[in-house]
Design a protein around this ligand. Structure first.
Ligand code: GLN
Ligand code: ZN
Length: 760
C-alpha cells in the first residue's frame, strides 16, 4: 500500500567519537595504510546506514558519505581534476583525491569555501579546460554496497549539475550552457547505470534552486532533469532543495521531476505560504523538510503535527515524505554521550539520531493517527516545555535591562568627528600608529601548560602565574619592537568564542558535539541554551595586569555579539536578534568594567559578521541592522575619550562598507591579503571617515614579509586614506605563528612605518 514515508537527506560523517577524523589523519600521517583507511571508513559508513534503518527511516540516503567532501566527490566522479594534478583517465586515485583537497609537494590544493550559509566548507571545483567523463560511478558503488552488505535499499544522493557548476570556478558566464551540455551525458550515464541496478529513488540535490532569480534558468533544470528521466524512467527522482524558500514556486513545480524536496524550516514560512496559496501538483511527491537539520533543539512535535495537517490539506499521505529540512551533516550525531549537562537541557536537545527519531514518530502519526504515538508525543512535549519554562530561559532581570536600554544609550555621546579629537589628546599616539590584532603565538609550551592544568597536573595558581609570565614576556617584546598600542596576547584563551561562553551564563560547551567544518577538521560550537547574562569580569584582570607593566596603552580584547552567535548553536525559541542583544548587554558590562579599570582602548572583534549574511539579499538589511545594533549596544556606553576598535577577517567586505561604518567603531582593522586588494578599491569609491588599519601583511603563511612588500601595501593604502586616518597592523591575530616569525615580521612592520613617517 502506498503511504507516507520517512526520509533523511544525509548523515554526519565524523563518527560518534570522531573515528572518521582519526582514520583519515592517521592515514595522512603515515600511521595506517590505504586498506586500513578504507576498511575503517566502510565500517563507519555501514554502521551509520544500519543505525538509520534501525531507527525506522524508510528512505535512507547513500553516497552522502565522503572521505573528504561531497563536492570534491562529485568532481572526481565527473573526471574534473585540475591539470596540475596530472590526472589522465580511469578512476581518480585516492592520493590525487586528497592532493586536490590538501595540496602536495608539486601542486597547491584547490580553494575551499563556505557551503551556502553553513560553517561547512567544500572544495571549489576548477573547470578550466574540463573534459567531463564518468571515472567511477560512485553513487552506484555506495548503493550496491548498502544492498550487498546490509540488504538495504537506499536512496543515492547526487549533487545536481546546475548547482555543481554554480559552486565551481574557472569559466565565464557565457560558457555555462556549454559546460552543462558536457556534464549532462555523464550524469545520464550515472542514472542509466543506477536504473539498471534497480535503484528506486534518487535524491538530486539542487540547492541553487533557492537562489533562482532569473526564471529563464529553469530551462537548465528542465533540460537536465528531462535527460535523467529519459535515461532512468523507473527511478523516482526527487529534486531536493534546502536552506531557503523557493521563488517561482509554481514554475519550479512544473519541472519534470517526480517529487520536490522543500524546506519548511529555514524558509521564514514562505514555502508554506506558497503551498497554501498555489497548492501542489496532483501527480507529484512532496518531500517535506519539517525537522530543523541545522540546529540542535528538540522539536515541538505538536507544532510539527499542526504543520503536517496544513501540508496534508494539499498533499495526501501517499504522496508525502517527511524528512529533515537539510542534511544532518550540520549537527552532531547523538545526545547520548552528553552526560554532564543538566537534565532539562539534555532533554531539550536533539542531534542527528534524535532528529531521525522525531521524523519516524511524525511519520507514524500521519500513517496511523496521532493516538499511535501519544505516549512518545506527551513525553517529548513535556521535555520540550520544561526547557522553554526553565528559569535559565526566563531571566527577568536581563529582559528588564534590555527593554530599558534604548535610544541614546546605543549611541556614543559625541559624534565621531568630535570624540576622535578627544581620543587623540588622551592617547597621544604618533602618526600611523602600529599595533597587532590581539593574540600572540600559542606556543607548544602554552598548550602543554594548559593541558596539564586541565588534567589537574598543574595547579590553578601555577597556571595563572605562567600566563602572567608569558604576558609579561610579550609586553617586553612589544616594547622592544616599539609598537605603539600593545595587547596582552590572549594566552588564557583557546578560542575567541569558547572563552566567553565559559564565563557568561546561558552557554554550555558540549563534550561530543562535533560537526565537520572542512575535511577532517571538526568544530564543537557551544550551545546558547538560555538567557545570556554577565556574571563576572572576564578579561579585566589580564588586561589590567598587562597595562600595569607598560606606559603604552594596552587594548582590551573582546569578541563581539554576532561572531559569538554565528559560531554557536543558538536557541530557537526567541529571535536571534534578541540573543544578540543579550550578548551585547553582557559585553557592555565588560566594556564598562575595562574602562573603569583604566583601559583606554577596547577592541571588540567581529570577524564572522559577513559570513552570517542570509542567502537571500532581501534579508540582508534586517540582519545587518540587527548586527549594528548589538555592536553599538556593546560599545556605546563608554566615555568619548575611550577608543573603540573592531576587527574583521575571513571574507571580503567590499559590499558591506556602509554597515562597517555604521558600527561607529573609532578604529577598524581588516584583513586585506585575501581579498587581493579589492577592499582598497572599494574604499576608493565608498567614503569611509573613521580610522582604519588594512592589514599590511598576511599572517597565514610562515613566510616573513619583506620590507618592500609591507612598504608597498602601506603606500597603496595611503593613496586612498590620509595618514592621519590610517593604522599599521598585520591582517589578523598571530596565535598560529612561531615566535621568531612573529617578531621578525612585526619588526619589519615597525621599521617600515618609522621610515614612512619621516616623509610627513
Ligand atoms: N583578537 C583575535 C586574535 O588576535 C582575533 C581573531 C580573529 O579575528 N579571528 O586572535
Ligand atoms: Zn582576524
Amino acid at each position: 500500500m502506498m503511504t507516507v514515508k520517512s526520509s533523511s537527506l544525509g548523515y554526519p560523517r565524523l563518527g560518534e567519537k570522531r573515528e572518521w577524523k582519526r582514520a583519515l589523519e592517521s592515514y595522512w600521517n603515515d600511521g595506517s595504510s590505504k586498506e586500513e583507511l578504507l576498511a575503517t571508513t566502510k565500517e563507519l559508513r555501514l554502521a551509520s546506514l544500519q543505525k538509520q534503518a534501525d531507527a525506522g527511516i524508510d528512505k535512507i540516503p547513500s553516497g552522502d558519505f565522503s572521505l573528504y567532501d561531497h563536492v570534491l566527490d562529485t568532481s572526481v566522479t565527473l573526471g574534473i581534476v585540475p591539470e596540475r594534478f596530472k590526472y589522465t583517465d580511469g578512476e581518480v586515485p585516492l592520493e590525487t583525491y586528497f592532493a586536490i583537497a590538501r595540496g602536495n609537494k608539486d601542486a597547491v590544493a584547490s580553494e575551499m569555501t563556505k557551503w551556502f550559509n553553513t560553517n561547512y566548507h567544500y572544495i571549489v571545483p576548477e573547470l578550466d579546460n574540463a573534459r567531463p567523463q564518468l571515472t567511477f560511478n560512485r553513487p552506484l558503488f555506495y548503493y550496491n554496497e548498502a544492498k550487498n552488505e546490509l540488504g538495504l535499499e537506499t536512496k543515492p544522493v547526487i549533487l545536481g549539475p546546475i548547482s555543481y557548476l554554480k559552486l565551481a570556478k574557472g569559466y565565464e558566464e557565457d560558457q555555462f550552457e556549454t559546460l552543462l551540455t558536457a556534464l549532462i551525458p555523464v550524469y545520464v550515464q550515472i542514472f542509466a547505470e543506477l536504473e539498471a541496478a534497480g535503484v528506486k529513488t534518487v535524491q538530486l540535490d539542487e540547492p541553487y534552486l533557492v537562489l533562482l532569480t532569473d526564471k529563464k534558468e529553469l530551462n537548465y533544470y528542465k533540460k537536465s532533469i528531462a535527460a535523467f528521466k529519459e535515461a532512468a524512467p523507473s527511478i523516482q527522482l526527487i529534486l531536493q532543495t534546502y536552506f531557503e524558500r523557493l521563488d517561482h514556486y509554481e514554475a519550479i513545480l512544473e519541472l519534470p521531476a517526480d517529487g520536490f524536496g522543500i524546506d519548511f524550516v529555514a524558509d521564514h514560512g514562505d514555502n508554506l505560504r506558497s503551498l497554501l496559496q498555489f497548492g501542489f501538483p496532483e501527480d507529484k511527491i512532496l518531500a517535506a523538510g519539517i525537522i530543523d537539520g541545522r540546529n540542535v533543539w528538540r522539536s515541538n512535535l505538536k507544532d510539527k503535527l499542526a504543520l503536517l495537517t496544513l501540508i496534508q490539506a494539499n498533499v495526501p499521505a501517499e504522496r508525502l515524505i517527511i524528512q529533515p529540512s537539510s542534511s544532518l551533516l550540520h549537527v552532531p550525531i547523538t545526545v547520548a554521550h552528553e552526560t554532564t549537562f543538566e537534565k532539562t537541557l539534555v532533554n531539550g536537545l536533539a542531534f542527528a539520531d534524535e532528529k531521525l527519531h522525531e521524523i519516524v514518530l511524525l511519520t507514524k502519526a500521519v500513517r496511523d493517527g496521532v493516538s499511535s504515538i501519544q505516549t512518545e508525543l506527551d513525553d517529548s512535549f513535556e521535555k520540550y516545555t520544561a526547557l522553554q519554562k526553565a528559569d535559565f530561559r526566563n531571566n527577568q532581570t536581563v529582559e528588564a535591562e534590555l527593554t530599558s536600554i534604548q535610544g541614546e544609550e546605543v549611541n556614543r555621546a559625541l559624534p565621531y568627528a568630535e570624540r576622535i579629537l578627544l581620543q587623540h589628546e588622551a592617547l597621544n599616539l604618533p602618526l600611523l600608529p602600529t599595533t597587532s590584532i590581539g593574540s600572540f603565538p600559542q606556543s607548544a609550551v602554552v598548550r602543554q601548560k594548559r593541558a596539564a592544568w586541565k588534567k589537574g597536573n598543574l595547579t590553578e595558581a601555577d597556571y595563572r602565574s605562567f600566563i602572567k609570565e608569558e604576558t609579561e614576556r610579550w609586553i617586553d617584546i612589544q616594547e622592544g619592537l616599539d609598537l605603539d598600542v600593545l595587547v596582552h596576547g590572549e594566552f588564557e584563551r583557546t578560542d575567541m568564542v569558547e572563552y566567553f561562553g565559559q564565563q557568561l551564563s546561558g552557554f554550555q560547551a558540549s563534550t561530543f558535539g562535533w560537526v565537520q567544518s572542512y575535511g577532517s577538521r571538526a568544530v564543537r560550537p557551544p550551545l546558547i541554551f538560555g538567557d545570556i547574562a554577565f556574571e563576572k569580569e572576564m578579561t579585566v584582570e589580564e588586561t589590567v595586569y598587562a597595562q600595569s607593566l607598560t606606559e603604552k596603552p594596552v587594548k582590551g580584547m573582546l569578541t563581539a555579539p554576532i561572531t559569538i552567535l554565528n559560531w554557536s548553536f543558538v536557541r530557537d525559541d526567541i529571535t536571534v536578534d534578541k540573543v544578540a542583544n543579550q550578548i551585547g548587554l553582557a559585553l557592555r558590562k565588560e566594556v564598562l568594567a575595562l574602562e573603569k579599570a583604566g583601559i583606554g582602548i577596547i577592541q571588540i572583534d567581529e570577524p564572522a559578521l559577513r559570513e552570517g549574511l542570509p542567502l537571500k539579499e532581501e534579508r540582508w538589511k534586517k540582519y545587518l541592522d540587527a548586527s549594528v545594533y548589538a555592536f553599538k549596544l556593546t560599545t556605546a556606553g563608554v566615555k568619548n575619550e575611550t577608543q573603540i576598535h573592531t576587527h574583521m577577517c575571513y571574507a571580503e567586505f567590499d559590499d558591506i562598507i556602509d554597515t562597517i561604518s555604521a558600527l561607529d567603531a573609532d578604529v577598524i582593522s581588516i584583513e586585506t591579503s585575501r581579498s587581493h586588494g579589492d577592499i582598497i578599491e572599494a574604499f576608493e569609491v565608498h567614503t569611509y571617515d573613521k580610522e582604519i588599519g588594512l592589514g599590511v601583511y598576511d599572517i597565514h603563511s610562515p613566510r616573513v614579509p619583506t620590507a618592500e612588500e609591507i612598504k608597498q601595501n602601506i603606500s597603496r593604502a595611503l593613496q586612498v586614506f590620509p595618514p592621519e586616518q590610517f593604522w599599521i597592523n598585520p591582517d589578523c591575530g598571530l596565535k598560529t605563528r612561531h615566535e621568531s616569525e612573529t617578531i621578525d615580521a612585526l619588526k619589519t612592520m615597525v621599521d617600515v612605518t618609522k621610515e614612512i613617517r619621516k616623509a610627513y
